[in-house]
Design a protein around this ligand. Sequence first.
Ligand SMILES: *[C@@H]1O[C@H](CO)[C@@H](O)[C@H](O)[C@H]1NC(C)=O
Length: 420
Amino acid sequence: MRGSSLLVGLAALSGASAQLHQLATRAGLLYFGTAVGEGQINDGTYMRYVDNTAEFGQLVPENGQKWDSTEPNRGQFSYGSADVVPRRAAANRQILRCHALVWHSQLPNWVRNGGFSSSTLQSVITTHINNVMGHFRGQCYAWDVVNEAVDDNGSWRSSVFYNTMGTSFLPFSFRAARAADPNTKLYYNDYNLEYNGAKTNRAVELVNIIQQAGAPIDGVGFQAHLIVGTTPTRSQLATVLRRFTALGVEVAYTELDIRHESLPPSSSALARQGGDYAAVVQSCLDVDACVGITIWGFTDRFSWIPGTFPGTGAALLYDDNYNRKPAWTSVSSVLAAAATGAPPTSTSTSAGPTTTGGPTTTSTTLSTRTSSSTSSSSVPTGGPEQVQWGQCGGIGWTGPTRCASPWTCHYVNDWYSQCY
Ligand SMILES: *[C@@H]1O[C@H](CO)[C@@H](O)[C@H](O)[C@H]1NC(C)=O
């Protein structure tokens, strides 16, 4: 499993109190981060969360770096919006992901409908990449060089890039990106790769095409715009991540949100959402070359989901009023278990937790599976009670296993039971 067998500070890291980036790094990830909407940069409440580097160690601009923002007219570059989030990340010393260069959407008409020949389009791409990556040179941990080149059905997506250049726009763009900033990770980024279907197969082919052309690619971003109740399991997700790490690239969850298809979500739907978030986070912890997790916003107050998928939403970790949702507790608990749950190396036994999963700790564990009211575990009855939405069981959990009335403890997954 990943790094750290830190047992120090275990109490301080308990899921209820410690924060997500802090826990993620102690669990061996590089970061836990969030997208930041440029429109919220002057919202003091929102920004207090963004600036909390224990919670978010990595930022990505939601819109500012996209083509329609950075080069709205040919050869006219503007970085007013693009600079907003990177500047904040630099001030806070947060890791910056940069997003995105060659994408069919949020693409100005002068590119989309330019009627360019292949060679002219090559020069348009090169000019764009050189300018934008040059502007941010040295600031980005990673760049999403090509975004969403595969259609939902697994075909190559129709776009001005594919329709003009065929798949050669892929290695071409990655080569140009390496030349423009040799010290950033170059990513292919897409959604619905998580389901391991025809689209995933095509994305594997895409990596192969780039590599076989001798062009560089360092990572594949799984956007993970998922749906409560249809999110793949932890092991399914780890399997699909490994299809890509087997090709020698790193992976990351880059735009994670898990939406409810009907609103408002019930208590059990909120718990289910927590379980789905847990599966995603655990799968990243299971795969060594999964470097980090980025959520696409953190509060339901501001999310692209309701605008794009009307009638759905509540996809994030904090509700409209910045209250932590069960999903926050779930993510926090999974990370805390991974941060603190590794058994002391001296006692051998253990073996790798990787296959059957996560933090091997000991017994306690499965007693929570049937949940509702504890039994075994080290906490004596009459011990502390957990509040609504708080964690009350799971592998490695050493906190309260009884819930304050009228709540009861519900099994969510092996790593997490919850009071509601
Ligand atoms: C895939 O979907 C696209 C657009 O939705 C469509 O144009 C294309 O024909 C589809 N391909 C196949 C093989 O069904």
